[in-house]
Design a protein around this ligand. Structure first.
Ligand SMILES: NC(=O)C1=CN([C@@H]2O[C@H](COP(=O)(O)OP(=O)(O)OC[C@H]3O[C@@H](n4cnc5c(N)ncnc54)[C@H](OP(=O)(O)O)[C@@H]3O)[C@@H](O)[C@H]2O)C=CC1
Ligand SMILES: Cc1cn([C@H]2C[C@H](O)[C@@H](COP(=O)(O)OP(=O)(O)O[C@H]3O[C@@H](C)C(=O)[C@@H](O)[C@H]3O)O2)c(=O)[nH]c1=O
Length: 385
């Protein structure tokens, strides 16, 4: 496997690719201003270095190397819901991979704006998939844990025996319950969702993301790559961590939901996983989140604890746990109708981990992607301090 790095320019970023082709390989990233696209650009350089260091065979005559060209396009350069725009961009850049980071992510607003949410989250990915089919490009589409959550009890009833056994086989996660087997869960305790669990979205946003997945799979079938992730945050853009830090600096106390359980995921870790999937040319549906699980309340408490230790906050505020029902009632009193969120949406990343290989060169040396959510949070907060 040969890797080549090219020089970074504002829109044409040097990165790496594993290929035996002669021509430059182009990766197109949609939604350039998203927190994920920013992270993909940020970690690309690390991936190149690791790949270069791990590439030991130097038989240049036998193995042709090709540079990877990375183009991240924002909405004004590429509107993914505009077929003509997509066709023109494909003709100009001729991508071999497209990573779709563009999305409508306003969960509450989507309830009253389902048409727009579907346009961006379902029609957009479908149009990208169609153009990929025409041009032979590969598509990596990002989806959400909010495709799950129909019940307080997660999908044990829906998981096929195979899915559960795959997930258990690939179980490296602390949050996996080793005693859990198909049909042997009389109390219906929640367990992290595997890829074959039946989705049951509760919100217009979750429905639009599920529809997006279905459209991509209908067009590209086994060639599609879909990564579901959860509770994403990073140094760029809007996210729960930055919202909490702002509130903790300005409010004497906060109320945070205690009965929604999921797993926070650092955008840089997700980006690293995505590059590995692209470079290994992987397809299929994958779950990825940090290790472990928590409620939003526990997440907020940990954000405060770490932020105080890093001097990002000067003094603590009171954080009160609140139920989803009470939180929604308070919002309603202010005239705000909140979307329903899953009470449990932890993702099992075991399939992804076994697919990529824990000790693969691009995952080393720190393996941030396999750290637990507290460690990932610490890495991100250190960037802010
Ligand atoms: N944020 C989260 O907690 C989670 C996110 N995800 C998924 O991960 C992916 C990345 O999310 P994240 O980084 O948070 O995204 P952001 O919310 O940070 O950014 C989304 C981007 O999409 C762009 N966009 C919106 N509509 C279009 C369009 N029609 N054409 C092109 N671009 C468009 C927006 O552009 P503009 O800046 O102009 O508005 C924005 O830059 C998404 O698929 C998301 O659904 C999954 C789980 C959790
Ligand atoms: C600001 C705030 C939020 N919350 C709750 C509301 C909500 O249930 C939860 C998170 O709120 P947010 O608005 O940050 O995030 P939310 O929009 O629910 O986050 C989701 O976004 C989409 C895009 C996804 O795909 C999901 O994985 C998930 O990250 O925290 C509080 O309890 N107290 C607060 O002060």
């Amino acid at each position: 496997m040969k890797i080549v790095a090219t020089k970074v320019t504002p829109l044409q970023c040097g990165a790496a690719i594993a290929t035996d082709a002669n021509t430059p390989q182009v990766v197109l990233i949609t939604g350039a201003k998203s927190q994920l696209a920013e992270a993909l650009l940020r970690v690309a350089a690390d991936i190149v270095e690791l790949a270069l260091n791990s590439s030991t065979s130097a038989n240049t005559s036998a193995n042709t190397v090709a540079p990877l060209k990375l183009y991240a396009l924002n909405r004004s350069q590429l509107d993914i819901s505009d077929a003509a725009n997509i066709a023109a961009v494909f003709a100009q850049y001729r991508p071999s991979w497209v990573i779709n980071c563009a999305a409508y992510n306003a969960v509450d607003a989507a309830e009253h704006d389902a048409i727009e949410a579907n346009r961006v989250n379902a029609l957009g990915p479908e149009l990208l998939a169609q153009q990929c089919l025409l041009s032979g490009a590969r598509l990596l589409h990002v989806s959400s844990d909010y495709v799950f959550g129909g019940h307080a009890v997660c999908g044990i009833a829906h998981a096929t025996e195979r899915a559960v056994s795959d997930a258990r086989e690939a179980d490296f996660e602390q949050h996996q319950n080793p005693d859990l087997a198909p049909n042997s869960n009389p109390n219906h305790l929640p367990r992290p969702f595997v890829e074959l669990d039946a989705p049951e979205p509760l919100s217009a946003y979750g429905k639009s993301k599920l529809l997006g997945e279905q459209k991509v799979l209908a067009v590209l079938g086994e060639r599609a790559t879909i990564v579901r992730t959860s509770w994403l945050y990073g140094q760029d853009g809007h996210n729960f961590v930055k919202t909490m830090l702002n509130l903790m600096r300005t409010q004497p106390s906060l109320q945070v939901i205690v009965d929604q359980i999921g797993c926070p995921t650092w955008s840089d870790a997700l980006a690293k996983v995505i590059w590995q999937l692209v470079m290994q040319q992987r397809s299929g549906v994958f779950h990825y989140s940090a290790q472990g699980q928590c409620s939003w309340y526990e997440f907020a408490c940990e954000i405060q604890r770490q932020a105080l230790a890093l001097n990002l906050l000067s003094q603590p505020v009171v954080i009160q746990p609140i139920t989803s029902a009470d939180y929604a009632k308070q919002a309603l009193n202010r005239g705000v109708n909140l979307a329903k969120r899953p009470s449990y949406s932890v993702l099992n990343s075991g399939k992804l981990r076994s697919t990529l290989g824990v000790n693969n060169a691009l995952s080393m040396p720190e393996q941030i992607e396999w750290q637990d959510w507290c460690q990932q949070l610490n890495r991100m907060l250190r960037r802010l301090s």
